[in-house]
Design a protein. Sequence first.
Lengths: 654, 658
Amino acid sequence: MFPSLRTFCLIASTACLSAVPAFAKDSVPDWVRAAMTQPQPKFRAEDPAAVLLDETVLTVGSDGRATEHHRHVVKILRPAGRDEGVVAVPFDNDRKLLSLHIWSVGPDGHEYAMKDSEIAEFGLPGEGGQLYVDERYKVANPPGRDPGGIVAYEYEVRSRPYVNEETWFFQSELPGVKQSFTLQLPAGYTYRAVWAHHDKTEAVDLERQRWRWEMNDMPAIDLEDVPLHPSTVAIAGRMTVHYGPSGTDQLGTWQGVGQWYNDLSRARLAASPEIAAKAAELTQGKTDFFDKAEAIGEFAQKGIRYFVIERGIGGDQPHPAADIFRNRYGDCKDKATLLASMLSTVGIHATWVLVDTRRGAVDPSAPSTYGNHAIAAIEIPAGYNSPKLRSVVTAKSGKRYLIFDPTWEKTAFGQLEWNLQGGYGILVEAGASEVIALPVLKPESNTLYRTASFQLQPDGELKGSVVVKSFGDLSESSRDMYSRQTLKEQTDNRNRTLGHDLSTFTVSDVKVENVEALNKELTTSYTLDAEHFARSMGALLMVRPRVLGTDGIYVDRKPRSMPIDLKEAKLEKDEFSIELPPGYAVDELPDPVKLDLGFAAYESSTTLSGNKLHYTRTYTVREVTLPADRYADVQKLAATIDADEKNSAVFKKQ
Amino acid sequence: MLQISYRQLYRLALFLLLAPLCARAQFTDPTPAELSMTSLPQAPGAPAVYLFYEQMSDGDNFMTSVYVRLKVLTEKGKDYGNVELPYYWADSYMSVDSISGRTIHADGTIVPLKEKAYAKMVEKNVDGKVMEKIFSMPSVEVGSILEYRFKVHFGYTPAWRIQSQLYILKAHYNWRPHSGSTNAIEWVSRLPNGAELNHGEVPGAGLTASRKFFDLTVADIPPAPNEEYMPPLDSFTYRVLFYYHSATSKEEFWRTQGRVWSKDLDQYIGPHDGVKAATRQLVSPSDTEEAKLRKIYASVMGMENTDFTREHTTAEDRAAGLKKIKTTDDVLARKSGDRNELARLFVAMARAAGLKAYVMRVVNRDHNLFSASYVDFRQLDDDIAIVDIDGKERYFDPGQRLCDFGHLAWKHTRAGGIRQTEKDTQLAQTPGESYKSSNVKRIGDLQMDEHGEVTGKLDLSFTGDPALHWRQVALRGDDTSLNKALRESLEAMIPQGLEVRVTGVDGIAEYDNPLAVHYEVSGMAGSSTGRRLLMPADLFRAQARPTFSAKQRTLPVYFHYTSITQDAIRITFPSTMKIESLPAKEDILYKKIATYNVSADQTPTTYTVRRNMALGDILFQPADYPELLSFYNKLETKDQEPVVLVHADAGAGAKPGR
């Protein structure tokens, strides 16, 4: 089962231009007709389409290999729903597509059956890193795909031979009317079903090793206009069924999932002499655990080019460490593998952590392999402590691990990128595997400090110098810009950012330090000349103390039911001073602001000392996810920041 | 018995002669300067640079060989270590092979490319499939030189698109066309100063036939520029595009090919019996010429334009009893067609009504500009219509559904192409539109309470291209999607924090009338200093960003269309407040091409701000940029002047609360 892929609409439309017409036996099967004629709930005006039927039957053979039979009927409700009627069935070399049949019914009631020759096949384009990927899609653009029309399809696909679980996604961006999942097991097999983001639902026992779950009238998850929303996969309900011979150890547990990945991948860690030599070279003269691990971690992070290599079992299993090292390229699991392999040669144990970059996608109550990323857990020697170890997890065994992602090229060793913080991952340690909560780092690990000293000219022009220091995720985009963009692109980007706060300005004398030194503050300094910064309105001179830098949060006024995702814990500080031109006296200064909501705090003050206006503010975010009932506090925080950022000091000409 | 021709013998001899040389010349030893290079002064921050690029095409062997030497300068430059070579595969029609390469580190260490290229299927249908050969250079580091070769087996006429994303220190192109071709070869080129295309013919000798050749060496080619509001990229990058043709001159090509095009078109257009009959039903002999055409235009505009819905499949056509479209009668029978089919139907019906009507095929200005020197019909995109009304030719765009009668969508204005005339064809350019045609009026009438919160109505009206934009948004969606897009459009203009609701849309399908959109807004629009309230003078410009961020310019500034925007906002505030300051009246002019003015007036409880901005041209040369930039800087600075309100009892230190 899979979602309709909007991205295939364009290519499918061109692919089907040359299709051979189909007009024989154009009649839909009875199960399609039944889905069309069943009572339907009233759909929302925003729903582009509705799933009338989604039916999966998973049949496991006596050899443990599963075959999935799937039926899907979708009704187009709005013009935007035409995309939902594009059929795109994925398969690859290990996940063979055995059959596919597609039907449609136009709004006028005419029925169509598509021929095989009308179905195109697409591979994933290489752009975006999907380079060595054997995943392909059978794609079709059924006729009659207009509002009121119906698209139905049925396919059968063999599951991958080395997998013993299947996940049923019963909630998506479309409402689902009638949905079911049926499991057929051979004699002597058993199963365990686990539920993510949804209460457990009991299966109907159909006897003879056959069970069915139903999930009807499921509302759509529509996050399009919801500010600060979590990922759809972090809230959409799904069920994973694990199956295996009765007595299978740890079936459907995190330990079992970790053991499965361990068995699949552990041999790939074998270090070649070249790997050992490189690790020795990198750690030569280093005795401290952190120093040694950092040297090797940064090599895996920066020295191995990232792109996706997923062919057959290679979608799950890493490549041998020796191959990765020789070619100096690999995907996320390859990078984690090489890191662990290299560390093993200098006496440091490391292993994989399977995660998902969409916070909340991995549900600790639903063990499965579901996820899209692999990172590393590096075991910290007992008794070793260092303030540089910021992303630390303690396993049930009592062992401590530093969690590090060698794929994230701009994250300092010792830290973890923002989108993994607050989520969960599977620590792969053979029989000691477990699900672990990934830490939310302290705000002090993710900082942005802006300091500036300006002189205001009588005509309103502002001149001065600015220093911006950033660390952690808040430095990532700038580090990326300075390491990957041309000078012109850097200039254009900087101008675009400053253009949020200033209209006519010139930046000069730009200096940047520590772009590649991830464990040091990225420091950018420049001279700024902003014309017409202060506004003369008659005898008044209006000056915005918050000269630059926007921390605003977009919120709406609608009732909130979705959890709130604040993205990242952080600490931002601004300190600006503006020397005023002679002849002006203060008429009005903004009031100080102080707000502490627990999950975040904001304070600012504007003072006058002699002829210098001083503005300081501190903005701290401590938590990354909040329940929906805290939305009023988030609105209050947003309003406070917005008002403070717009505030002006007023001076009068003497 | 194996037959072998003289030509094959010649090829074999040539191969044997050249093979050892090729083997020797597989790769080039890097110079010390190349190894130690860390940046390129001509392109600061460039991710990589082509040290050398070579493309050699041999028409007799249907083969092009490519040789690349690329130096990686930054982390981003490492991305060039992945190479994807797409090719179209149908019965061995095209292939890519002979891939070899090596990575040379800055210290001179050589790592050969050993991994076999991955053949990846990208697209497959009944006609064939598109494949990619993918390979990744090994051990790529910042400072590495990536060197690789490959061959493409395909007999095509080369198109040398010289300028790329990267700086090119040196490049060499060579083409030896098929020796059996008798057609003339022409080319259109845009080359840097000093570069010259060498061409001629090498005389044959013995068994060897004479061969034409084209050869070009270029050096120090900067990356293709990327600037704000620049003309379509395809219109100005360095390139040499070859083509075969039998005409003796460019003029003759357009004349002869134009006649063929026009003849085929007229057979399609007719008018045939169906169109004639329908037109007779539609118009009255007593109608004026314009009245007739308006009826025809309305009729065509009422048909389904599949560019805005979706193209129907052959199966659907068969189910509906429709046959393949061969003439405008078939389009009429369907009451549906794409932009060109509907444009031609419009011309057919105009002709059936007794009017002189012609098709013009233009290059869409949103992606390219017409070049008469490039004698290739494929550069032309869309059909528009020209109709003689009362002795005057007027231009129509019936393929752009809901375009105003007698107007063109902006991408078809000032666009070059070829048109039919009474007895022939000719190259032509469509007219531009007056700035008055594309008019946006934004009217606000809001009431402010004592806390500074505003509520009220904003009414926007559109004509010309802005109206066409929204009408076509509506055609592609429904009321829900249109209202959402309209709401988001306004939210992106007015102060953040204002709640927006679309209360009505008038004239969405009435192309001859202005489109009107009505909103209600509420919330905090200004900022408080304590005693004072600062309101953005023009709410519609509250989130405006500078139009230009660059101080210098190498390319002309290119706007899509001329326009005028007129804003008027009235705020009624409580009697407990008074105005302390309003923006002073100001007029700013740019060479009589662009004008801006703002003014404000007040009563004891209201203030009204009016702002007008008109742009009268679309193209500004780089030499004009400083003055144009100054114009925009001035007006954008002026736009930021707030209205200052103060509480009437401000002297007592009263502050607005929330």
